[in-house]
Design a protein around this ligand. Structure first.
Ligand code: FAD
Length: 517
């Protein structure tokens, strides 16, 4: 638990203090804070872990806030210490980060799930929305919204994540082509800045902070409340998979679907490389339309591309959905014998990864290293990317799924901190590998990390204009390159809202008391 993953290459300024407060002084100050919640100095090991399971930085304390004022007074205390201490504060949602982003070595972890205020409050009407705590889990919002016949519009593939955690990144899934990512579907936030100030912000009020916090990697404030846009809830979902062997035809169909008016409600896709027993594996959840020919499909030794789409079924629908699906499918060019369909309740569809989580937990295969790599690839370069990576650098998909689907930037909110490629359409390509502990083989951490590195080197050397999503860098120069022309605004916002660089040190962008230029 004591590995320090801060890179020695980091070009960050030294703290300005001439002396350092000892941890016992800081501990005593934290203990004397008047809190609605509580602070713990023991049983804090869990805060040095995350889903990536590769970075482990032990904090000094874990705060369990019960009110916004707990968060504000803690940050005010740390701010008042100024440069006399290098103590930092990191909000922790569910700790589903990949590389220590929600950790703070020797700092205070704000355990956001403890913040239950405000209670979820629904505002129905023409433009319905819900106010939720920044530590709320999306799965809980789903269940509560459904009681009102409503639902958030944009999701992630996995719902046991917090609102503050996904809004600090973007929140991208198969609905993003239509509704934009989750950061598009939020009307207002309440944020505690790096000086401890509690600020309400939206497109119209404190908009600079609002846009900064969305996709802001936790750098400008802790999100304590969010107003999330809702829409009518479907009850059931027609869930469909079809296969392609030709990448060009696959991407043509995906791009056609995301730009067509009469389309599906969810569009994703994934790559299948050298898989055995594919059709058999799917049989438990999907029915092939043509079982005989589907069972003849050979996936071993091949690179296949699966288009995954869904159509939502609403109780008041009075048109023939099946006919509508047939019409859309008739415009696609997938391998005809590879149509697989299923009809499931809306909750089951959205919470699908949780079902896999339960199975993996039982086998002890959930809390293992996850060296994930998420890339945003411009549409004009996706063929070069595929040719260089699929079947070349990556020769099979046995370590985990590779998602690939296009999104349309014209649907995305301008001015947020999120970094995307320049082009209007770009692909999310997610290498979601799991590493078997202690393995030195192809399923081991070292092998997967070296593949990731080869992919990144390939993108850099061929200048594909790729950006990382859920970015992982350790030097400020790398971050500057990541943000490109957005860096100036990003660093200006940091000096405005978190001038001592107290917040989210695990992103390794700024170091406390850095002098800004
Ligand atoms: P944490 O990991 O706890 O925190 C993430 C960062 O946000 C940290 O820097 C933290 O300090 C900061 N933070 C946390 N809470 C707050 C807050 N209230 N205010 C300010 N900053 C805060 N992402 C997608 O976009 N699409 C997907 O489909 C998707 N699928 C996923 C599937 C799985 C199985 C997993 C594990 C992750 C997936 N993610 C996906 C990634 C997910 O969006 C990130 O892990 C994200 O960090 C949310 O996790 P969390 O709530 O646990 O946040």
């Amino acid at each position: 638990m004591n590995k320090n993953h801060l890179s020695s290459k980091q070009t960050l300024a030294k703290p300005t203090a001439s002396f350092q407060l000892g941890s016992s002084t800081i501990r005593s100050s934290l203990e004397h804070l008047k809190l609605d919640g509580n602070v713990s100095f023991d049983s804090i090991d869990h805060a040095a872990k995350d889903f990536g399971n590769r970075y482990h930085s032990l904090p000094l304390a874990v705060m369990h806030p019960q009110s916004v004022s707990d968060i504000s007074s803690t940050i005010k205390l740390v701010f008042a210490m100024g440069g006399s201490s290098d103590i930092t504060v990191a909000a922790r949602g569910r700790g589903h980060s990949l590389a220590g982003q929600a950790q703070a070595r020797g700092g205070v972890i704000m355990s956001m799930e403890s913040l239950r205020h405000p209670e979820m409050r629904f505002y129905p009407g023409k433009m319905p929305y819900v106010d939720v705590s920044g530590g709320e889990l999306w799965i809980n919002i789903l269940h509560e919204s459904l009681k009102h016949g409503l639902t958030p519009k944009s999701w992630t593939d996995y719902l046991h994540l917090t609102v503050g955690g996904t809004l600090s990144n973007a929140g991208v899934s198969g609905q993003a082509f239509r509704h934009g990512p989750q950061i598009n579907n939020v009307h207002q936030l309440e944020v505690v800045t790096g000086t401890g100030e509690v600020v309400r912000c939206s497109d119209d009020e404190n908009s600079d902070l609002f846009h900064g916090v969305l996709g802001g990697l936790g750098q400008f404030g802790i999100i304590t409340r969010a107003r999330i846009a809702l829409g009518p809830a479907p009850t059931m979902v027609k869930w469909i998979r079809v296969l392609y062997s030709d990448f060009s035809i696959f991407t043509e169909d995906q791009e056609f679907l995301i730009s067509s008016q009469n389309s599906f409600d969810y569009i994703e896709g994934f790559v299948i490389i050298n898989r055995t027993g594919l059709v058999n594996d799917w049989r438990s959840s999907f029915s092939p339309k043509d079982p005989v020919r589907a069972s003849q499909l050979q996936s071993e030794g091949k690179v296949l591309f699966c288009l995954e789409v869904a159509k939502y079924l609403y109780p008041e629908n009075n048109y023939d959905v099946n006919q509508n699906i047939e019409t859309i499918l008739s415009e696609l060019n997938y391998i005809p014998s590879t149509l697989f369909q299923s009809e499931v309740p809306y909750v089951q569809f959205l919470d699908r990864v949780h079902i896999s989580e339960m199975k993996l937990r039982k086998k002890g295969l959930w809390e293992i290293p996850h060296p994930w790599l998420n890339l945003l690839v411009p549409k004009s370069k996706i063929h070069d990317f595929a040719a260089g990576v699929f079947g070349n650098i990556i020769r099979d998909t046995s370590n985990g799924p590779i998602l690939i689907y296009p999104v349309n930037k014209s649907q995305w909110r301008n001015g947020t901190s999120m970094v995307t490629p320049e082009e209007d359409i770009f692909y999310l390509v997610a290498f979601l590998s799991s590493a078997i502990p202690y393995s030195t083989g192809k399923d081991g951490l070292e092998h997967i990390l070296s593949e990731n590195k080869r992919i990144l080197n390939f993108c850099a050397s061929t200048q594909l204009g790729v950006k990382q999503y859920l970015p992982q860098y350790s030097t400020q120069d790398e971050w500057k390159a990541h943000f490109g022309k957005q860096w100036e605004v990003f660093s200006r916002r940091k000096s405005t809202y978190d001038p001592l660089a107290i917040l989210a040190p695990g992103q390794r962008i700024f170091k406390k008391a850095v002098a800004f230029q």
